[in-house]
Design a protein around this ligand. Structure first.
Ligand SMILES: [Zn+2]
Length: 307
């Protein structure tokens, strides 16, 4: 495969609602010159401030990855960044007319479709890689992210929520796994017990039961269950015990682990470069992912000053 940089051929647009803000937004992908990297542009604000999608611009990671630069915010960047990185795009402008990317179906699938429709264009300059030489390890609160030398990007994610429904799960991405069909369609997930807390704290406005797999772990009475359906303006349905509430939206048995890998890839995109290395992440999350990427960013800057 060619090792030239890539952008998109034409522009492409998609519309949707932000999960946490509940705001309708329009995203327009535009081609970008070589060595541009990934840039968000807030077209709804005066002077259209730009926010480079780099780890040093991460300001918040509690529910999603949030970037801030030039007095402008863009929240929940991980799914769109995962699609861009997963499709091997090196340079792109992401115009957005609001503070948060749309949640769409809770995966990267629609972003991938939109970018595929725009077409991929090979550019003249060679790709830049960050190659992992010395092992890197980041540990925090039961999360461990390790990176070691390898001749391509290889990711492995392990999750364990001590959940009787999910159990322990593993997901893998390397050159023999197709990101577009195996990872991009994997939806985010939420534990039913968290939903009520999120609603109460106004943290989940654009979410309904079709853009997240809902994991039911504890026993509910039918009455409690109906009350939850009311909160989401959904029809009452029969409570079937523990499991995945909306199983009809699930594509893979280990979909939660695959989604965590999708998120990790989106956060790794914030290195601004392709990576060569084997990365293993136990219980990854946006805080650990982006702290890990900050370590890589520091190394990239050190390398630059050494030349
Ligand atoms: Zn996610």
């Amino acid at each position: 495969m060619s090792d030239k940089q890539r952008t998109i051929l034409n522009k492409a647009t998609l519309k949707g609602t932000g999960l946490h803000t509940g705001k309708e937004v329009v995203i327009t992908f535009k081609p970008a010159k070589e060595n541009t990297g990934y840039i968000f542009r807030r077209v709804d604000l005066e002077n259209k401030p730009e926010i480079e999608a780099l780890a040093e611009n991460v300001v918040e990671t509690s529910r999603s990855t949030v970037l801030f630069r030039n007095n402008a915010t863009v929240a929940t960047v991980e799914h769109v960044m995962s699609a861009i990185y997963g499709m091997g795009i090196d340079n792109i402008i992401i115009e957005i007319d609001g503070p948060e990317t749309p949640i769409l179906d809770g995966s990267s699938k629609l972003y991938v479709q939109s970018l595929a429709k725009a077409g991929i264009k090979e550019q003249n300059e060679k790709r830049r890689y960050f190659e992992i030489d010395d092992n890197i390890i980041f540990e925090n609160n039961g999360t461990v992210i390790k990176a070691e030398s390898f001749d391509e990007l290889s990711l492995e994610v392990l999750i364990d929520y001590h959940s009787t429904v999910l159990g322990k799960q593993k997901a893998v991405l390397n050159s023999s796994v197709d990101y577009i069909s195996e990872i991009a369609p994997c939806k985010t997930f939420v534990f039913l017990k968290e939903l009520e807390i999120l609603l109460k704290n106004n943290q989940i406005k654009g979410g309904d039961l079709s853009n997240a797999l809902v994991i039911v772990e504890k026993e509910f009475t039918q009455k409690e269950f109906d009350r939850i359906a009311d909160l989401f303006n959904k029809k009452h349905q029969k409570y079937n015990g523990r499991g995945v509430l909306n199983e009809e939206y699930m594509t893979f048995e280990n979909e939660p682990a695959r989604h965590k890998l999708l998120d990790l890839l989106g956060d790794l995109a914030l290195t601004g470069m392709r990576i060569k290395g084997k990365i293993t992440a136990e219980k990854p999350g946006h805080y650990a992912n982006t702290e890990f990427v900050k370590i890589i960013r520091k190394k990239i800057k050190e390398q630059k000053t050494n030349y």
